[in-house]
Design a protein around this ligand. Structure first.
Ligand SMILES: [Zn+2]
Length: 408
C-alpha cells in the first residue's frame, strides 16, 4: 500500500484525496485536495468553472498517534458567475471560514460540552477563545433549526456576565426545560428581537410568559404576545420585600445614629431576612430584641413574612383578597419602601396571581438556571456575547454530541 493511500484511509475525509505528506517538528503535514475537478463556490455552493487564483491554506485536523496533523491545500478562488464575486472554493473537510476541519470542530465542541475549560484547551492545544468560535460554528451546523416551534409556556430572564458589566437575555421553554433563544443585552429591544424571530404566528400560541417585573420586559411581551398571560414569580416579589426590610433597617440605623440601639440594629440584617424557621438561637434573640425596641422595623419584618405566607395560598380568589388587604396595610405602614412595594404589587396583581394559578417561575426550571450560570462563569474570557450564547446553546438546548469515531 502506498503511503498516501494509507493516509487517505487514516484521515477518512469524504471526497478528499491525499497527494503527499511531510513530517515537521510538530507532527505531520498532509497535502490533500477535493476529489471534484470543478470547484464549487463557498458562498452559493454552485459550480464555478472560472478559477481566479490559488491560495495556499492549512487546516488543523484531529491528532494522529499523538502527533499534530495539519492539512495543506492550494485552495482555489473562483470568479462565481452566480455571486458575481470572487470567493474561495468549497472544501469538503471544513467550513469556509474555519482553520479547523469539521472533525476537529465536532471533537472540540464535544469536549467543551463535557470538560472544563483548561482541560479542553490543553488537550486540543487551542486557545479558549478559539474554542468559543469553534462552538459558534458547530452550534450553527448541528443545532436544532426549529428551536422556536411549538412554544406555549416560556420564561424570559436576564443574566449578567463579565463581572456583571454586560448582560444577555435568555428565553427558556418551561415544558422542555431547555433554552430556545438568547440575545445580547437586557432591554425591551432585546426581547423584541426574540419576538421578531419567533414571528406573529408562533407568538399567538404563547399562553404564559414568566418574567421579572422589569418594565422593559413587560412592554416587550405585551407588544409581542398580547394574548399571553404574564407571570411574575414569588421569589422575585419576595426579594423586593426583603430589600424593603433592609431599607427600613438602614433608615432606622441612620435615625438612631451613634446610639447603642443603632449598633445593635446593624447586626440584625440576617435575622430579619431569613425565614423564621431557619433562624439560629442567636438570630432569634436578635429578632426578639427588634420586636421590643424598634416597632417600625418589626412592622417591616411582619409585612415581609405575611407577604410570603400569602404566596402559599392555593386559591387565586383567596390570595387576591389577601394581597389587597396586605397592600392596604403596607400603604398605611408609614414605611416608605413598603408603600412603594404596595403600589408595585397592586399594579402587577394579575401577573402575581398568575403565579399562584400556574406555579410557573423562571427559578423553577430545575437545574437549567444553575447550568446557565456555570456556563457563564466558564465562558469568562470570551470576547463576545456571541460566543457565550453559543455555549449556552451547546449545553442547554438538548444538543447531543459524540466524540469523533471513525472506521477505515
Ligand atoms: Zn457563488
Amino acid at each position: 500500500m502506498r503511503a498516501t493511500t494509507l493516509l487517505r484511509k487514516l484521515l477518512a475525509l469524504k471526497q478528499t484525496r491525499v497527494t503527499g505528506f511531510e513530517f515537521t517538528d510538530f507532527g505531520i503535514e498532509v497535502d490533500i485536495a477535493p476529489t471534484t475537478r470543478v470547484p464549487y463556490c463557498s458562498a452559493c455552493s454552485l459550480r464555478a468553472r472560472h478559477v481566479y487564483d490559488h491560495r495556499p491554506r492549512t487546516w488543523r485536523h484531529l491528532d494522529c498517534a499523538g502527533m499534530e496533523v495539519t492539512l495543506r491545500y492550494r485552495q482555489r478562488r473562483v470568479d462565481c458567475r452566480h455571486c458575481l464575486e470572487v470567493h474561495a472554493e468549497l472544501v469538503p473537510w471544513a467550513e469556509s471560514t474555519s482553520r479547523f476541519t469539521r472533525d476537529f470542530e465536532d471533537q472540540a465542541a464535544y469536549f467543551a460540552q463535557v470538560m472544563d475549560r483548561t482541560t479542553v484547551s490543553k488537550t486540543l492545544r487551542v486557545a479558549w477563545r478559539t474554542i468559543g468560535r469553534i462552538v459558534e460554528r458547530v452550534v450553527a451546523r448541528l443545532g436544532p433549526a426549529d428551536r422556536l416551534n411549538g412554544l406555549e409556556h416560556i420564561g424570559i430572564d436576564e443574566l449578567s456576565y463579565r463581572r456583571h458589566h454586560e448582560y444577555i437575555t435568555t428565553v427558556v421553554d418551561h415544558v422542555g426545560s431547555r433554552v430556545v433563544w438568547a440575545g445580547a443585552g437586557k432591554s425591551a429591544a432585546t426581547v423584541d428581537g426574540f419576538f421578531k424571530e419567533l414571528g406573529p404566528k408562533r407568538a399567538e400560541n404563547l399562553k404564559t410568559v414568566t418574567i421579572d417585573m422589569s418594565g422593559a420586559f413587560i412592554d416587550a411581551v405585551e407588544r409581542g404576545a398580547p394574548q399571553a398571560q404574564i407571570v411574575f414569580d414569588r421569589f422575585h416579589v419576595q426579594r423586593m420585600a426583603q430589600d424593603a426590610v433592609d431599607k427600613v433597617r438602614r433608615e432606622q440605623v441612620q435615625l438612631l445614629a451613634g446610639s447603642d440601639d443603632a449598633k445593635a440594629l446593624k447586626k440584625t440584617r440576617w435575622a430579619l431576612l431569613k425565614n423564621p424557621w431557619n433562624l439560629t438561637d442567636v438570630e432569634g434573640d436578635k429578632l426578639a430584641e427588634v420586636q421590643r425596641t424598634n416597632r417600625p422595623l418589626y412592622r417591616a419584618y411582619l409585612l415581609k413574612e405575611t407577604l410570603a405566607e400569602i404566596f402559599n395560598r392555593r386559591q387565586v380568589n383567596v390570595a387576591r383578597e389577601k394581597f389587597i388587604e396586605w397592600c392596604g396595610w403596607a400603604a398605611r405602614s408609614r414605611l416608605a419602601p413598603f408603600k412603594k412595594l404596595a403600589r408595585t404589587i397592586r399594579r402587577h396583581l394579575e401577573g402575581i396571581l398568575a403565579f399562584i394559578a400556574t406555579g410557573l417561575s423562571n427559578g423553577k426550571i430545575e437545574g437549567l438556571n444553575g447550568k446557565i450560570r456555570t456556563i457563564t462563569r466558564r465562558a469568562y474570557g470570551f470576547h463576545s456575547a456571541r460566543s457565550l450564547i453559543s455555549f449556552i446553546f451547546l449545553c442547554c438546548t438538548g444538543l447531543v454530541l459524540h466524540p469523533v469515531f471513525k472506521t477505515p
